[in-house]
Design a protein around this ligand. Structure first.
Ligand code: FMN
Length: 319
């Protein structure tokens, strides 16, 4: 069982220390461990070129064509069974390096899309996709912030969740490690470090289990699927609320002065980080192409006239 620790913080600072603490506990629980600090890795953002999916129809593997350190990290993530990821909070959200990573990793490795492609390859006798795309991955998140209250880390853990979403990694638990400023150094806070070790041990012990049998380590959120605290509400929708991460709808009520949010089992089963939820999105995308074809046909005579003013308009264009 391979557990990979990823720290996106400064070398030898808070993220490094918490990841190493969790890794030590995972190792004690029997895992082979590996540690990567990504601070000086070059991980650029997705250019939307579509090369990763375009190659599929030609029998190629899913591969980003940008040649930077993303490819190294992608390989390590696919190779691992379990991942402990710590990211620093910069302006209430995780470091942009993480967003760059999952922008390239998530959509390209969408499990529903990969499953459909694998089925096609089996039928047509084409070389199969990398089997590591289909193995079960387990992940634990630690969001690390300097602020004294959780008020300044609100988008940390919710954004980190996107790291494993499209590949249906099982999130086994998470820690909102704010207050690093007053704590001064995590090693001064034994209960905190024990909690981090508990998360590492729990990750190692969860690997190999059926996802439904994995218990949750950490604070309970509002959403029963992702355990985060975000809820969105659209005016005029009555008591309906949504978990913006999982894309599932629930009902809000007030009981004895307490806000309650409940989600039906049917909604939980269509959460974005399930294969069913991802298929829903795949069908939505496939359906979209019918509209694109229809609209392009409708505008075949005036498309060039409509688009030309925008192509010709180049204020401040220096290149
Ligand atoms: C540019 C910048 C923005 C930051 N913004 C926040 C923030 O919004 N909330 C917070 O709690 N901490 C913030 N911090 C503090 C870091 O999250 C904190 O120092 C953390 O320990 C960094 O991780 P590291 O020690 O592993 O490098 C910020 C730090 C930097 C450099």
């Amino acid at each position: 069982m391979k557990v990979l620790g990823i720290s996106m913080g400064r070398k030898n600072q808070n993220c490094d220390i918490v990841v190493k603490q969790a890794l030590m506990a995972a190792e004690e629980a029997g895992a082979d461990v590996k540690f990567i600090n990504t601070m000086n890795m070059e991980i650029s953002h997705c250019r939307g070129c579509g090369a990763c999916s375009a190659g599929l129809s030609k029998g190629k593997q899913i591969r980003c064509i940008l040649k930077d350190d993303y490819l190294t990290l992608e390989n390590e993530v696919l190779e691992a069974d379990g991942i402990i990821l710590a990211a620093p909070v910069y302006s209430i959200a995780p470091t942009g390096q993480l967003v760059n990573f999952f922008g390239r990793f998530g959509a390209a490795h969408d499990l529903a899309g990969a499953t459909m492609e694998q089925e096609r390859r089996e039928k047509e006798g084409i070389e199969p996709l990398d089997p590591r795309l289909f193995k079960k991955h387990y992940v634990a998140y630690i969001s690390v912030g300097g602020a004294h209250t959780p008020n300044w880390v609100s988008m940390g853990l919710p954004n980190m969740y996107m790291f494993g979403m499209s590949t249906v990694m099982k999130t086994v638990g998470q820690i909102d490690a704010y207050d690093m400023g007053q704590r001064t150094n995590p090693v001064f806070d034994k209960p905190f470090m024990d909690n981090v070790a508990g998360l590492g041990k729990h990750l190692a012990e969860s690997i190999g289990k059926n996802f439904d049998d994995v218990s949750w380590y950490g604070e309970e959120g509002v959403c029963p699927v992702c355990h985060n605290k975000l809820i969105s509400y659209t005016k005029g929708k009555g008591t309906e609320v949504e978990c913006p991460l999982c894309g599932i709808y629930g009902k809000l009520s007030v009981e004895d002065g307490e806000v309650k949010v409940s989600f039906s089992d049917a909604e939980k089963k269509r959460a974005r980080n399930t294969l069913a939820g991802l298929y829903e999105h795949q069908y939505e995308i496939h359906g979209m192409m019918d509209y694109v074809k229809r609209n392009m046909e409708l505008h075949k005579d005036d498309f060039q006239d409509l688009i030309r003013p925008y192509m010709d308009y180049k204020p401040d264009y220096k290149n």
